[in-house]
Design a protein around this ligand. Structure first.
Ligand code: CP
Length: 305
């Protein structure tokens, strides 16, 4: 039985295989419409979500399976003090696979220790979000036809941004990637990623506070939200939340081929008039999330089509 807790739980060959299956699903959706008949996915979301939960549910339903679960901790027995471990032991009796989001870092890993069905980490606190990374990798692959030889800028909250942490860990295994980290001093990429992932592998990276300086060299710009829910102090959030706002004026110096990515939800960091720019890819990302999660569910359930 396999779980997906960190993106590095998957080899790059397995990621290639998931991307190939997702592409086949996009081209031939009818082949997959009964692939998960009689299978049940549980979505256990102890923290809010729109895309991740609904794309998992759409993925399972598009393959003929069904879904149960909860979308908030306070609508489950967690509100009565039940432990994650007991919740998982219970849901394993009802479902064939579980996608779980939790505000505490490491909670999906702890769940996987007692689970008797595959556990998918759908985001754990400020730590990791591996299925968003699969979504991002499929989107990048669809842009370029491969996952090599480009410069990617990560902009915004790189400290608490779990989507950034997982995507950096994934891209560090591919050839020819240059990383540019754009953030305020207070929201820089965690030292463990700089030391253990980038420096340890001699990967090229720069850190800057200036989006304007970085813009001309980027092939991908990965914008992120400054996340109110991760701050201990409202004053710090208010001071930092609008540090970077991507607008059409800021894009004047960007490459015509640069793709703008964002895991969403956005607040102020991309103005809505950027949405009509042909370089905006964030709603394509949303849709790609459904296809790659279909491929992941099939893999973890051991179903081939
Ligand atoms: N990208 C992402 O995780 O979005 P949601 O919080 O809406 O699931």
């Amino acid at each position: 039985m396999r779980h997906l807790i960190n993106i590095t739980d998957l080899s790059i060959e397995e990621i290639d295989e998931l991307i190939a299956v997702a592409e086949d699903i996009i081209a031939h959706p009818e082949k997959y419409q009964e692939a998960c008949k009689h299978k049940i996915l549980a979505t256990l979301f102890f923290e809010p979500s729109t895309r991740t939960r609904l794309s998992f549910e759409a993925a399972m339903q598009r393959m003929g399976g069904s879904v149960l679960g909860f979308s908030a901790a306070n609508s489950s027995s967690a509100a009565k003090g039940e432990t994650v471990s007991d919740t998982i032991s219970t849901v394993c009796r009802y479902a064939d696979i579980i996608a779980m989001r939790h505000p505490k870092e490491g909670a999906p890993y702890a769940a996987s220790r007692t689970a008797t069905v595959p556990i998918i980490n759908a985001g754990d606190g400020g730590h990791n979000h591996p299925t968003q990374t699969l979504t991002d990798l499929l989107t990048i692959h669809r842009e370029r036809g491969n996952l090599e030889n480009f410069t990617i800028g990560f902009c915004g909250d790189l400290k608490f941004g779990r989507t950034v942490h997982s995507l950096v860990s994934a891209l560090a295994r591919y050839t020819g990637i240059k990383f540019v980290f754009i953030s305020p001093e207070e929201l820089k990429l965690p030292k463990y990623l700089i030391d253990n992932t980038l420096k340890a592998n001699n990967l090229p990276y720069t850190e800057t506070t200036s989006l304007e300086e970085a813009m001309p060299e980027l092939d991908f710009l990965y914008m992120t939200r400054v996340q109110r829910e991760r701050f201990f102090n409202e004053a710090d959030y208010v001071r930092l939340k609008d540090t970077y706002i991507l607008s059409p004026e800021k894009l004047v110096t960007a490459k015509p081929t640069m793709a703008i990515l964002h895991p969403l939800p956005r607040v102020n960091e991309i103005t809505v008039d950027v949405d009509s720019d042909p370089r905006a890819r964030y709603f394509d990302q949303v849709e790609n999330g459904k296809f790659i999660r279909m491929a992941l569910i099939l893999k973890l359930l051991g179903i081939t089509v």
